[in-house]
Design a protein around this ligand. Structure first.
Ligand code: ZN
Length: 65
């Protein structure tokens, strides 16, 4: 599954309104500022604080690279 660039451009972190990056491996949208990952199921992002998980610094580096 992929997310289009158009979709990524309009999505923002529900918490800090920061930019999200797409993690293809885990089909998550990641907020780098807060180290939070939001799940995407069936192409629909679950941008809710209650669905987010914490991402470790190491993991974040991997996602960014
Ligand atoms: Zn955020």
């Amino acid at each position: 599954m992929t997310l289009g660039a158009n979709m990524l451009a309009i999505l923002a972190c529900p918490s800090c309104k920061g930019k999200l990056i797409w993690n293809q491996d885990k089909t998550e949208l990641v907020c780098c500022g807060e180290q939070l990952a939001y799940p995407v199921e069936n192409g629909i992002p679950a941008l809710l604080a209650s669905s987010a998980r914490e991402v470790s610094v190491d993991e974040l580096e991997q996602i960014k690279s």
